[in-house]
Design a protein around this ligand. Sequence first.
Ligand code: AHR
Length: 527
Amino acid sequence: MSSKVNRGSWRCFARLAAALAAAALASAQAPPEARIKIDTERVVGQVDARLFGNFAEHLGRCIYGGIYDEGSPLADADGFRKDVIDAVKGLNVSLLRWPGGNFVSGYHWEDGIGPREKRPVRRDDAWGALESNRFGTDEFLRYCERVGAEPYVCINAGLGTIEEARHWVEYCNEADHTYYADLRRANGRDKPWNVKIWGLGNEIDGPWQLGHRNAEDYAKFALEAAKAMRRADDSIKLIASGSSNFSPGYDWIGWNRTVLDYLKNDIDYLSLHTYIGNRDNNFEKFLAAGSDIDRRIAIVDGLIKAAREGQTARRPIYIAFDEWNVWYRTCCGTEFETGRKGLEERYNAEDALAMGMFLNSFIRRADVVKVANLAQLVNVIAPIVTSKNGLFLQTIYWPLVEYGKQRGNQSLDALVTSPTYDYDGRQVGYLDVSATWDEKSRRAFLNVLNRSSKLDIAARIASAGGKVPSEIAVWEMNHPDLKAVNTFEDDKKVRPTTRTIAVIPTGDGFVYKFPAHSLTILTLKLE
Ligand code: AHR
């Protein structure tokens, strides 16, 4: 009896083994549908730390009730929410833009300095709110020091004056005993704040902007503002207001061309803004927007190159994507309507994948995109959401943290082939890929977004020189329900997973299957 059982189980085992071998062979023979090949010598440029910037505007509950919550048991002696500081530090924000946004075009910075009880309450005519001015320049700059972010101050190029902008630079950066430097000292700060990055206004191309102008009028204003601000401190870097509006029929290329033509000898960056949304509930179309971003970067890069031909002195000009995000549920109509909704967008699993899409576009063009600021930091279209009692982290928080670890790496020009799909008459690869290389630790990072809603896609991965890692670290964001959101009650629902897997070499590389609707970062140690 026992030998019959043994014979039976042996036959069963043999059949199973044969089936497994056949399956393994079939999968080995089925060619992977995609290919990713990196060459650590094909460097595009350094991934600037400033790509992992953020933005805090006086809007809704971003500042008041977000960053700053006087009297809250969760706040420190300066009124800064301690739990928010920890979450911001976790995000490792490199560069923090402030105070707007649309808000800045009606903001007078001198309202926000000195004793708080003497600061005027003003109407915020950008968003239809009241501004107490209890959070101003010194509070912002102290906050930046606290969270370890570099400050980026945007001037009022809407209803403000050039003189005001010049004085703002003097207040922040002057070391001598001038009127504004001594005012800063009287307000408690002896050492200059040394703000290096300044924006020459916000979205002046938009008719919604207070003080909106045409390109020529803006460029003339910005040219004189740049001159005056540089007289106050010639070490500052300036970001001109580029196009924020890419609607069909609007001449956004013309705006950028004119601004570059006037300002080519005076600016360091041209700003672009882009928000996207899954308005018609079409996941693949939503994530194809990366191809629009790639195209805009390429076009603006061309405009910059053309403008630089006419420079009197060589000065590089880069792109600053100083507002980008998913924003559509709490958007649009007039500013007042939008402002009242506070822009408290709740982000789901597919929005988290969109973070990878944006960052892949920026990293692929790390030679020209040197600044990027997610809009915004807390509560308002933000990865961090507060209540009086605490906070939760939205889905979009996690890709930002993980991509941020690649700052300082070299962006690589990876060879990518992938099955494609149609987007607006163009073919877009399902796999959207960027790659970076950290020479010191000899690690390569592959950032791969699979924007197919249904298909897992296997890719053959190889590196020039044939080095195959023995194992890879996998970071993955992928949720079966693309509409799943995190909440105060459960902010662990949509989070990344990590694992290490042994590599089975095949040919000059290995095969990895990227699941449908996933964002994956593979780390490969190339000895
Ligand atoms: O980030 C929200 C708003 O979007 C900003 O105030 C403005 O610059 C853009 O239109």
